[in-house]
Design a protein around this ligand. Structure first.
Ligand code: SF4
Length: 245
């Protein structure tokens, strides 16, 4: 994938999702992710090859067609809007910053769904035009993050600080996997991390599901958690109670 700063490589679109940020949102899944979450529900977005190239203008035009569904926020942007997910959207941060800036010029609210990364000038340029960040904290143990997910907890923490500096509202997200991320101490630690950032407005616990199994079969790639049970609703309720959410 050769990335032009004014174009984005898109894996797919979802019209008017209700679970990816405030209000109704047009969701864009970008191609390419360097991480290796064992539960990844979008394994086909991971390769840095493929995807369809869209110019920033073409992508904004596409989103703008849905603007009447986004609702009014009472300020200069809509309540709903566009969410960019992945893959890891920050891997295309130069064009993403341009895209979000253009969305703001057109009065469309922007939301970034990311695992975060060490903030550089490109990341800060994206955050300057981001209203809401959905930040996925993979695990509360730094070594586990590094060895299992390929992420850095300290980078995620630096990213969360940068979100605050940029004035973004943050929703922390966490996937609850039986036997991996469903321990009560672990969830308490998640709450402690989130409480360090006053701009974190919400914590969402997402139950591990196996809806992606067919995708793995089609790709001919083994699914690391094939033998793991889905996370029951009762577990989520119990862990939510621990966090008081
Ligand atoms: S960050 Fe998202 S796309 Fe990347 S491996 Fe994890 S779940 Fe999959």
């Amino acid at each position: 994938m050769s990335i032009s700063p004014s174009s984005l490589f898109v894996h797919s679109f979802q019209s008017l999702g209700a679970v990816d940020g405030p209000g109704l949102r047009y969701v864009i899944f970008l191609q390419g992710c360097p991480y290796r979450c064992p539960y990844c529900h979008n394994p086909d977005t991971k390769p840095f090859v493929g995807g369809t190239e869209y110019s920033v203008t073409a992508l904004c035009d596409r989103v703008e067609r849905y603007k009447t569904y986004f609702g009014e926020s009472g300020c200069h942007t809509t309540r709903g809007g566009v969410t960019v997910s992945g893959g890891e959207p920050l891997m295309q941060r130069a064009a993403l910053a341009e895209f979000f800036a253009e969305c703001h010029r057109r009065g469309i609210s922007t939301c970034l769904d990311t695992a975060g990364m060490e903030p550089d000038d490109g990341v800060r340029a994206v955050l300057a035009h981001t209203d809401t960040v959905l930040c996925d904290i993979k695990h509360t143990d730094a070594e586990f993050c590094r060895t299992v997910f390929g992420t850095s907890l300290s980078a995620t923490r630096s990213f969360l600080s940068a979100c605050g500096d940029a004035g973004c509202e943050v929703w922390v997200r966490h996937v609850v996997v039986p036997g991996m991320t469903d321990g009560e101490e672990h969830i308490r630690a998640l709450g402690v991390i989130a409480a360090d950032y006053k701009h974190v407005k919400k914590i969402e616990l997402l139950p591990f599901k196996k809806l992606c199994v067919e995708k793995y079969q089609k790709l001919g790639v083994p699914f690391a958690l094939a033998e793991t049970e889905e996370c029951p609703k009762e577990t989520i309720e119990r862990l939510r109670a621990i966090l008081g959410i």
